[in-house]
Design a protein around this ligand. Structure first.
Ligand SMILES: *Cc1c(COP(=O)(O)O)cnc(C)c1O
Length: 390
C-alpha cells in the first residue's frame, strides 16, 4: 500500500467522522404523519390485499411518474419475477447485464429462464445494444437491461435490436424512480419497467416495488401474478407469487411521495459537489450528469484507477472505513462471477471485459438527501489527501 501506516493514523485522527456515515439512509417521514395515516387504517382492519392506501399510492404514483399503469408489489425482486413470468420466458434465455445487483439475474432464474450476460459499454455502465444483439439466439425470450445508478440505457438502440428480432424488453428500473429523458418518464420505455422501493433506494416504502405496464391488459396480468395467479373471478389462472404490498408500506410511501422532489434535488446538488471536488483528482473518475435527463441521484459511484490514484479501490474503501465512512463497492463482483451462474457460456469474464473493469474499480460514496454538504466536502477531502500524500 502506498500510504504509510503513520499517515493513515494521521488522516483518521484528523478527518475521521465521530459517527458512522453510511452509503445511504432513508429520509424518514414525520412520525406523527405516519400515525395519522395508520389511524385511518386501524379501525378498518384492512391491512393488506389492496386496501385504500394501496389504491391511493398506486394512483398518486401513476400521476407523479407520468406512467399510467402501476402495479404495486411487496418488493422489487418479486415484481421483476412476475414481469418476466408475464412474458412466458420459462425454458428460454433472457439477455441482461452482468454489472448489476444480484436480484436482476436471480429474477431471471426464478422466472424459469437462463440469464445470458451481454457486456456493457466502454463509456457506459449500461448494457451495449450491439452486445445484446450478438447474444440473441433461438432460445432468447426477452431482454432485461438495467438503468444502473439511475443512468438511462441507450433505450433507442435497445428498442431497435428488440424490434429487429421481435423480442420484448423489460427494464430493471430499480434505480430509476423519477428519471425523465427529455421530460418523458423513462418508465415508459420498453414493454414493462420494474422499480424498487427498498429502504436503500431514493423513494422507499420500507420494502416494496412496482411494475409499470404500457397497457391496461398487461396491468391486469401483473395484478393477477402478484396475487397467486388469481383472476378477478377468483380462479387460479397462472402460478403467481405472493407479491402484494401491504397498507403499512403504502402509508410510508404516500408520505415519502410528499418529499421526493426535495430528496432528489438535494441528491443532485450533493452529486454536483462531489463532482466538482473530485473532478481533477488523478485516478478518480466520476460519471457525468447525463445531459437532457432529470437524473435522480440514486447513487454516487466513483471509479478508482489504482495506478494513477496510488492505491486500489479496496484499499481506499478500507481507509474510508477507518474514518467511519462506509462506502460500498456496488456492484462487485459482477453477476457472471456468482457460483450459480459462472458455468454459463456467457459468464466467461473474457467476453465481459468492460463490465469487469467498471466493477473492479467502483466505489459508491455516501449519498442521501440528509447528508450534509460538509460531509461531502470532508469525504472528498480525504480522497484528495490520500492521492497527494499516498
Ligand atoms: C434493489 C434492486 C433490485 C431489487 O429490489 P428489491 O426491492 O430490493 O427486491 C433489483 N435490481 C436492482 C438493480 C436493484 O438495485
Amino acid at each position: 500500500m502506498a500510504v504509510l501506516k503513520a499517515n493513515i493514523r494521521e488522516i483518521v485522527a484528523e478527518h475521521g467522522f465521530a459517527a458512522p456515515v453510511h452509503v445511504t439512509r432513508p429520509t424518514m417521514p414525520p412520525l406523527a404523519d405516519y400515525f395519522d395515516l395508520l389511524a385511518e387504517v386501524w379501525p378498518t382492519g384492512s391491512i393488506s390485499n389492496g386496501g385504500a392506501l394501496h389504491q391511493r399510492l398506486e394512483e398518486r404514483l401513476g400521476e407523479y411518474l407520468g406512467a399510467g399503469h402501476v402495479s404495486l408489489f411487496g418488493n422489487g425482486t418479486s415484481a421483476l419475477i412476475a414481469a418476466l413470468q408475464s412474458l412466458d420466458v420459462a425454458g428460454g434465455e433472457v439477455i441482461t447485464t452482468p454489472f448489476t445487483f444480484a436480484a436482476t439475474a436471480h429474477a431471471i432464474h426464478f422466472s424459469g429462464a437462463t440469464p445470458v450476460f451481454a457486456d456493457v459499454g466502454v463509456d457506459s455502465v449500461n448494457v451495449d445494444p450491439d452486445r445484446i444483439e450478438a447474444c440473441i439466439g433461438p432460445k432468447t425470450k426477452a431482454i432485461l437491461p438495467v438503468h444502473l445508478y439511475g443512468m438511462p440505457c441507450d433505450t433507442g438502440g435497445i428498442q431497435a435490436v428488440a424490434d429487429r428480432h421481435g423480442l420484448p424488453v423489460v427494464y430493471d428500473a430499480a434505480h430509476a424512480f423519477g428519471v425523465r429523458v427529455g421530460g418523458r418518464s423513462i418508465l415508459l420505455e420498453g414493454d414493462l419497467s420494474v422499480i424498487s422501493f427498498h429502504a436503500t433506494k431514493p423513494f422507499s416504502t420500507v420494502e416494496g416495488g412496482a411494475v409499470v405496464s404500457r397497457t391496461s391488459a398487461a396491468h391486469d396480468v401483473m395484478e393477477s401474478l402478484k396475487n397467486f395467479g388469481l383472476s378477478d373471478g377468483g380462479e387460479i389462472v397462472a402460478p403467481g407469487v405472493n407479491g402484494k404490498m401491504n397498507e403499512l408500506e403504502a402509508a410510508f410511501g404516500l408520505l415519502q411521495l410528499d418529499s421526493i422532489d426535495e430528496e432528489i434535488d438535494l441528491r443532485r446538488s450533493l452529486a454536483m459537489m462531489y463532482r466538482s471536488e473530485l473532478e481533477d483528482v488523478p485516478g478518480i473518475a466520476c460519471l457525468p450528469e447525463p445531459s437532457g435527463v432529470d437524473w435522480n441521484g440514486a447513487y454516487f459511484p466513483v471509479f478508482v484507477d489504482a495506478d494513477r490514484f496510488g492505491m486500489t479501490r479496496d484499499e481506499l474503501q478500507g481507509i474510508l472505513e477507518r474514518c467511519n465512512v462506509f462506502a460500498r463497492s456496488y456492484f462487485y463482483p459482477t453477476c457472471n462471477r456468482f457460483p450459480c451462474y459462472a458455468q454459463e457460456p456467457s459468464a466467461n469474464p473474457g467476453g465481459l471485459v468492460n463490465a469487469e473493469r467498471w466493477s473492479a474499480r467502483v466505489l459508491c460514496l455516501p449519498m442521501y438527501g440528509m447528508l450534509e454538504y460538509g460531509a461531502v466536502s470532508a469525504i472528498a477531502g480525504i480522497i484528495r489527501w490520500l492521492q497527494t500524500n499516498g
